[in-house]
Design a protein around this ligand. Structure first.
Ligand code: DX5
Ligand code: ZN
Length: 215
């Protein structure tokens, strides 16, 4: 059984309340919130006012994925938006260890995200400090891209690193997840599936979330 974190990047922003309520009534375990700054990634999504709006009605923990430079500047603001998990990119943090401590001190779960080209071993010396590792299975910036199959080997490598180190970190995977790629990711050792297009583009999102949940 996989946990599911549907990405609101693919929601209908004209009907955000309706889509958040749909997730409340689904088997989703989290709500995945993608923040893009147009610098770290070649796209801009939304910022704190929108997250606060989501938080007002959300009844699932907010899994906030920051695709921004210098995320340590925003730890308290992310916390004040009601985030349960703060995801920062390895590639965006010069002093990753410090950022992870700051996130935990602020009362959130600390997650580190790796881009497709960043090897899992870069987390070897910090893995026991982490609550979650998010592996990108597309290059971040856009929803609806195709799954990069090499990510499956990274999931297996990360699973080994976590099990051998005694870390309790969960493995989340993000990008191009559907019924097929999701099943492969779970088989390789992933705990949480992020899905945007597959959920919100489906004719029955609640059923699609249940399907991913059953993998
Ligand atoms: C990509 C984002 C993802 C995205 C996933 O940069 O981090 O969370 O919304 O979308 P799909 O599932 O459509 O690939
Ligand atoms: Zn994401």
């Amino acid at each position: 059984m996989a946990s599911v974190s549907p990405s609101l990047l693919s929601a209908d922003f004209g009907n955000l309340d309706r889509d958040v309520e749909m997730l409340n009534n689904s088997e989703a375990d989290f709500m995945h919130i993608d923040v893009m700054d147009g610098v770290f990634v070649p796209n801009i999504s939304f910022g704190f006012p929108v997250i606060k709006f989501i938080e007002k009605t959300a009844r699932k923990p907010l899994d906030v994925h920051l695709m921004i430079v210098d995320p340590q500047r925003y730890v308290n603001q992310v916390r004040d938006c009601g985030a349960a998990i703060m995801n920062v990119h390895y590639e965006a943090c010069t002093h990753l260890h410090r950022v992870v401590q700051q996130i935990k001190q602020a009362g959130m779960k600390a997650a580190v995200t790796l881009n497709p080209a960043t090897p899992v071993m870069m987390l070897e010396d910090i893995i026991t400090e982490l609550d979650m590792v998010l592996l990108m299975s597309v290059n971040p910036g856009f929803g609806g891209q195709s799954f990069i199959p090499e990510t499956l080997k990274k999931v297996a490598r990360l699973r080994r690193l976590i099990d051998e180190s005694g870390s309790r970190a969960m493995i989340e995977i993000d990008g191009g997840i559907n019924e097929i790629t999701g099943a492969e990711a779970v088989k390789a050792g992933a705990d949480i599936l992020v899905a945007g297009n597959y959920v919100f583009g489906s004719s029955d999102p609640i059923k699609t979330i249940s399907l991913l949940h059953s993998l």
